[in-house]
Design a protein. Structure first.
Length: 146
């Protein structure tokens, strides 16, 4: 069952609760994930023919590796961003196919464009951009680097 179908089957109230779990603010006990330091020196390669790489076969798919969200966006381009949210440093940034494809952190609901630009402001703090990494495709080898 697709996530969308699953949420639909739960009904609007439950789907809202699952999608926006921390609108009133969260303590560490309320959220998944951890507060982590932004990784440095990111430079790795993914063989798109490997078991790991095949998870990026479809547009809109993503994998998590070394605290990086590696995405094949809805247009088939590879994009990579840190998993570490610029809001409060939780490692919960993921890719969502909604809204044309965005990065999203479910801890407090921060949303980011694929270039890392913040799309909303979740509290009185100024939203900061999400760190984006370079990607380079050589044959079936995808390099992600700073
Ligand atoms: S840590 Fe607050 S929205 Fe991500």
């Amino acid at each position: 069952m697709e996530r969308k179908e699953f949420l639909r089957s739960l009904g609007a109230g439950a789907a809202f609760a699952l999608t926006f779990p921390c609108l009133q603010g969260c303590s560490k006990d309320d959220v998944n994930g951890d507060k982590v330091e932004q990784p440095t020196g990111i430079d790795f390669t993914i063989d798109l023919n490997s078991t790991e790489g095949q998870k990026l076969a479809n547009n809109g798919s993503f994998i998590l590796k070394n605290l990086v969200v590696v995405v094949k966006d809805l247009n088939g381009n590879f994009v990579a961003a840190t998993q570490v949210c610029s809001h409060e440093s939780y490692d919960q940034v993921r890719f969502l196919s909604n809204d044309g494809g965005i990065f999203y952190c479910d801890v407090h609901g921060s949303r980011f464009a694929l270039d890392g630009a913040p799309l909303n402001q979740v509290d009185s703090k100024t939203a900061k951009p999400l760190k984006i990494y370079n990607t380079e495709l050589n044959g079936n080898m995808l390099r992600v680097f700073e």
